[in-house]
Write a protein that binds this ligand. Structure first.
Ligand code: ZN
Length: 291
């Protein structure tokens, strides 16, 4: 992952994306893309560690009640000199102040396990912190310039892009309840979304080839638990980051009715026919794989 940070901060290596005048107007300025630096040199690695170390002295961590904005777990603000990372107070309360992570859970069998839910909050908080550090690294060096795109991804969001590369998807709570009382799930980012929510996208999801059938997979609790064991980190040291990909054994598909950009190019990358193919064993609820 260090190659991702080297590539994202090495602005002279970024390439301009050619866009139409219309897209330029919609996005509000020129946009650039970058790719991971493969096999970064010792000097480049040390530079990243130095950047991270210095960021540690500069950054201000604060917490805020984010009730009502439940899909956001944190954000980064401030300028080059004083970046600030704001985290969801509820998560800090659960981890540091003994607030219950299952307070919102409905009655169900076998019921929400408090300890597991707390581990899910810890995992999510750690992920959110690194996600925001990606924004802060950019902000410290290049604020107020907009973040670059990673390769041909349709959204430029350095935090989610890091999560996508790290976990082979974004790992998130499938409901908006506080404290993740049921499970965590993973989905491909950027997921298809409505034109309305999509003003900053470089191209429509259809043009990008992502279709209109988002898939969401359950993340096994053993995957989350692993992160809190020394054995797991030993494995990561020895065999690398493929350990960070959760298995996708149980999934749900939903079909979205999305509007495409009016300026949609007739050349569509990916499947020309957007009709979803039905996997052999999908049931009427869209469960595509059972174990
Ligand atoms: Zn972000």
């Amino acid at each position: 992952m260090i190659g991702y940070i080297v590539g994202m901060l090495d602005v002279p290596s970024h390439k301009k994306i050619s866009i139409t005048a219309k897209t330029l107007k919609r996005l509000g300025g020129e946009v650039y893309w970058f790719e991971r630096k493969h096999n970064p040199s010792q000097v480049e690695r040390q530079k990243v560690w130095k950047d991270l170390y210095e960021l540690g002295n500069k950054i201000m961590w604060t917490e805020k009640d984010m009730t009502g904005d439940k899909q956001v777990h944190g954000y980064t603000t401030g300028d080059k000199k004083s970046p600030e990372i704001v985290l969801d107070e509820e998560h800090i309360n659960i981890i540091c102040r003994e607030v219950s992570p299952v307070q919102d859970a409905i009655d169900w069998t076998p019921g929400s396990d408090e300890e597991s839910a707390r581990l899910r909050v810890k995992f999510n908080l750690a992920t959110t912190m690194v996600h925001e550090v990606m924004h802060a690294l950019w902000r410290c060096r290049y604020f107020p310039h907009v973040e670059p795109y990673y390769r041909d991804t349709r959204h430029a969001e350095l935090g989610f892009q890091w999560e996508q590369l790290m976990y082979s998807g974004v790992i998130e709570g499938p409901t908006t309840d506080r404290g993740f009382p049921y499970i965590l799930s993973t989905y491909q980012w950027p997921e298809p979304e409505d034109e309305e929510d999509n003003r900053e996208a470089l191209m429509s999801h259809k043009k990008w080839g992502s279709g209109n059938v988002p898939r969401e997979y359950a993340v096994e609790m053993s995957f989350i638990q692993n992160f809190f064991t020394l054995d797991f980190w030993d494995e990561v040291d020895r065999y690398g980051s493929s350990n960070f990909f959760p298995l996708k054994r149980l999934g749900v598909r939903t079909v979205g009715k999305f509007e495409y950009w009016k300026s949609e190019s007739p050349t569509i990358r990916g499947p020309a026919d957007p009709t979803p193919q039905s996997p052999d064993d999908a049931d009427e609820r869209g469960i595509i794989n059972r174990h």
